[in-house]
Design a protein around this ligand. Sequence first.
Ligand code: SF4
Ligand code: SF4
Ligand code: SF4
Length: 195
Amino acid sequence: MSEQKELKVEDIKTEAEEKRCPVQKSLYYVSKFLSDIMCGKCFPCALGTYEAKKRLENIISGKSTEADVFIIKRIANDMLEASRCKKGKDTARFVLEWMKSDALKDHLEGICHDRECLALIEYRIVPDKCIMCGECQVVCKPNAIVGEKMKPYFSGYLPFEIRQKRCTKCGDCIKVCPTGAIVVIDTKVKEEVKG
Ligand code: SF4
Ligand code: SF4
Ligand code: SF4
C-alpha cells in the first residue's frame, strides 16, 4: 500500500505564488493545506484554516463583508501565536503576507485587479469598436457570443454580444479580436478593468 506523501508548506507556497491575485494565492494555499492529513493538535490551526477557506471563498465570489477580512486576519494571527509546529506558523505567515496588500479592500468593493476572481469580472463587446468579423464567435467554445457576421450589400445584422450566463470567462475571444472591441469590466462597478 502506498503511503501518502506529506505536503511541504514551502512547495504549496511556490505553487500558490503562480497566481497573481493575493486572495487567490491564499485560497489556493489554504485549500492545499487542508487537503493534507490534519493532525488536529492545536485549535487555531485545525479549525481556523477551515474557517479561513470559507471566508476566502466568500471574498472571491463577491459576497464578502469586512467581517470576512477581519476573521481571516484574526485566525492567521492566532495561528502565528498558538500553533505548535513550524507548518502552522508558516501557514499563518504566508497568509498574513498576502493579506498585507490593498487587494482585500478592493475585493470588498468588487474589484480584482488581477482578473483572477471570475465572479467579479465580465467580458463585454464595445459596439462602436466591433467590425462584426465573427472571429470571437469562432473561438468561443461554450457558444456564448451571439451576432451576425457582416456581409456585403446586406444590412440589419444582429450585433455581436456576449451572453453572460454562458460565458466561462476563459478570455479566448479577447486574444483574437482584431480591434480590441472586447473588454473586461468589473461586474459590480461596471467599469473597464485597467490593465
Ligand atoms: S499547527 Fe501544527 S501541530 Fe498544530 S494542528 Fe497545525 S499542523 Fe498540527
Ligand atoms: S470569455 Fe470565453 S466563454 Fe466568454 S465570450 Fe469570450 S471566448 Fe466565450
Ligand atoms: S472579434 Fe471583435 S470585432 Fe470581430 S465580431 Fe468579435 S468583438 Fe467584433
